[in-house]
Structures are given as C-alpha cells and as structure tokens.
Write a protein that binds this ligand. Sequence first.
Ligand code: TAP
Length: 448
Amino acid sequence: MRLVDPSTEDFIGDVPLASLAETDEAIRRAHEAFGSWRAVAPGDRARLLRRFAVLVDEHVEELAQLEVRNAGHTISNARWEARNVRDVLDYYSGAPERLVGRQIPVPGGLDFTFAEPLGVVGLIVPWNFPMPIAGWGLAPALAAGNTVVLKPAEATPLTALRLAELGLEAGLPEGVFTVLPGAGSIAGQRFVTHPLVRKICFTGSTAVGKRIMAGCADQVKRLTLELGGKNPNIIFADADLERAAATAPYAVFDNAGQDCCARSRLLVQASVYDKFLALLEPAVRGVRVGQPGLDETEMGPLISAAHRDKVASYVDDPLFQGTVPEGPGFWYPPTVLESAGRDRAWHEEVFGPVVSVRPFTDEAEAVELANDTEYGLSASVWTRDASRAVRVARAVQAGTLSVNSHSSVRYWTPFGGVKQSGLGRELGPDALAGFTEVRNVFMSVEEA
Ligand code: TAP
C-alpha cells in the first residue's frame, strides 16, 4: 500500500499487504501461542504488560510523529493518543491477577466460575484513531490471556507496526500480538471466516460492521462493534452560552471531524438561537487549521482526497466556514450548516469538519430530535438546571454522555454505543467481559 502524508501529499512509504495465506499463517501462529500465553502466571503477564507500557511511554514522541505523517493528526492529539496506549496498557496490566471467578452456594458440593480467555482475537482498526483503538482492544485482550492479530486500516498501519515491535521488545512471546497490514476484504474478512479466530473486535463504519456481524453468526463468533455516530450537542437557554459556544467547535472539528464521537448535530433552544450563533461564528473562524506538526495547530487535514470529496458532497450553502492553508494537502475548512432536518448532512455521518445547527423549542422536542437517528454513540447536554441535565442525559439514547462538557473518553470508564452505534463496551472495568467467557464448575462433595 502506497502511503502519503495527508498534509503535503508526499509519498512516505510502501507497506505490503498480507495475502490470504499470510493471514492464515499469522492466525495459526497466534493460535499456537495461545496455549502458553494463557498459562503465563497472572503476575508475569501483568509485568509484561507494564513493561510494554513503559516502552510505549519512552517512545511517545516517535509514535506521535509517525501519526502526524501517516494520518495528519495534530501533534498535540498524536501525543495524547500515544499516551493513551500507554495508559490503557497500564490500566489493564492490573487485570490478570484480578480476573477472579465466583463461588456460588449450592447443595451437595461446590460451584465456582472462571473468567477464561477466548483464544485468538481479531482486531480490525480504522484509520481515524489508529493508536487508541488498537490499544483499547489489545490491552484487555492480552491481559485476559488471549492472543491478538490486529489489522490496521490500509492507509494508517505505521504506528500499529511500531507498537508490535515494542511489544516484542517488552518480552511478549512471538505470536502473542501480531500486526498484519492488509485489505479489509482479504485479511479482515479472513478474521471473520477463520474458525481459529474466536472473537472480532471491530471499529469502523456501520455498513461494514453489519456485514461482519452477519459473518460472525456463521460460527457464533464473539463480537464487539464500535460503529458510527451522529451525536447531538444540546444547548438549553439556561446554559453557560459563552462556554458552550467556545467549546462546540472542538467537539466536532477535533481530528478534522473524523471521530465517531463528533458532536455534529448542534441543537440550540430557539430563545437563544441567534445569540448562540453570534457567539459560535468567531469561535469557528478562530479554529487554527494548519500544518499538523506545529504545536499551535488545532485541526489538520482529512485522511485522503477521496474522503475530502465525500465530505464536500454534504456541503451546500454553508452558514459560515473557517479557513484552510493554501497548497497541497487534503484540507477542508470547519463548516457550519443550518438544517431543517431534511438534508443528508443532518442524518448521515459526514466524518469531516461539518456541523449542522437547528433550533428546538422545549426539552421534549430536544430529546425527540436528538433521538431521531439510527445511531446512539455519544451526546452532550448543556444546562445549569441539574434536574434537567439528569432527565435529558437519561432520555437521550446514547452510550456515552457528557453534561456541560464534551468529554467521552477516559481509559477507566466504559465507552460504546447503543442502537446502531455498536455492541459491547470498551475501556474501563467492562471491557474485560468482552474478552473472557464465564465457565461454571460444579464439584460434588461427598458426605463424611
Ligand atoms: P470501514 O470500511 O468500515 O473500515 C474500517 C476497518 O475495517 C478498516 O481496517 C478496513 O480495512 C476494514 N474492513 C473494510 N471492509 C472489511 C470487511 N469486509 N471485512 C473486514 N474488515 C473490513 O471504514 P472506511 O471505509 O475506512 O470509512 C468509511 C466511513 O466509515 C467513514 O467515512 C466514517 O463515516 C465511518 N468510520 C467510522 C469509524 C468509527 S470510529 N466508528 C472509523 C472509520 C470510519 P481497509 O483499510 O482495508 O478498508
């Protein structure tokens, strides 16, 4: 695969894609490694993961620079992403000794449960957050005693390949964590059909996620899905409007909008609609779009020319837009659209720096509009009324909500969607359940 720097369009390298036979071989080796990896004493598995985290920490800058070149991420985001891999490894390095079962009272004997690993886990990672999404899958999977084969997106394999080297350097045995650059239709699809892959952890588009889910049915293969979002940012009239307007652009334009959590539907109470837009416009125009390697840059380019064309196809008659640098690079400006709810941009995941704004009259209408989507990943609610905040947070159908904030991701709290945004939870204490199977043993105890 020919890789280009999205901010310059310069060629940065070629990464060969795995064939079907190479994919099968990687899965075979991961299966072979599973028997001994699951038998590694929990404390030793924990130590290896901690050492892996230390090595990632020592290479944060290198990993971040790789992501700037390969994916066009801003350097400040890319450093956060590399540190997130470190933190997730650190967090789940606490898991191996704590994956305890239960002892359940029964007559005539003992009943106890085990949280057993599944086997080979196939991770399929998209191009928008190559490092964090890799870490969210591989860390809990390895901690629970599974082995992992990871297929990065074709366009963004570099940081995953480097992470695999760091894993080996940390002492992970061969075959425990393998990165396999390959095409979705070949390597990714083989993860789904190969009987030795016991679980798929997929992040990407809802369309591909549905196909993978159907494919997994054939073998009743375990599955975690993190899919798209069309996330509402709901601003009530009693909110701190200055803060809500100052933060709204970053809630959708971060990573150039290529974020499943992007708050791309802005719902504003009608009584403050004009005032809010007057505050929003300078905030949008003030987003610093530029060379991603510079510390002050807040938004970089899109991933590819084709993706920029797709994003542009949603925009017709913008209300206002920010600016982009001249010259090469896949740039698209921060864009605000006004919507009456009938346009594609209101309903579909644009996955670019485009936000649609629409007024609502009261709480009931805000909830109804927020829920008028097949997606349900994240949402923000802005109000100073604590009771309303709780009511609306409970009524909006989303897996990850924030009140007077846009924060969606902490490595120690659960993350994931409802409705067609996904299945299962990543991060936090919940993720381990997705990488283990509860097994129950009854042992008869004879009377003396
Ligand atoms: P997808 O096609 O869903 O790609 C995501 C990952 O799945 C990539 O690694 C891809 O490999 C792989 N894949 C593709 N087809 C597959 C198959 N049949 N079996 C197994 N794996 C397969 O997403 P995309 O085309 O890159 O982006 C399209 C749209 O999806 C975006 O515009 C955005 O709306 C959405 N998207 C959402 C997310 C999140 S975080 N929810 C992330 C990325 C994209 P290749 O690289 O070889 O295609």
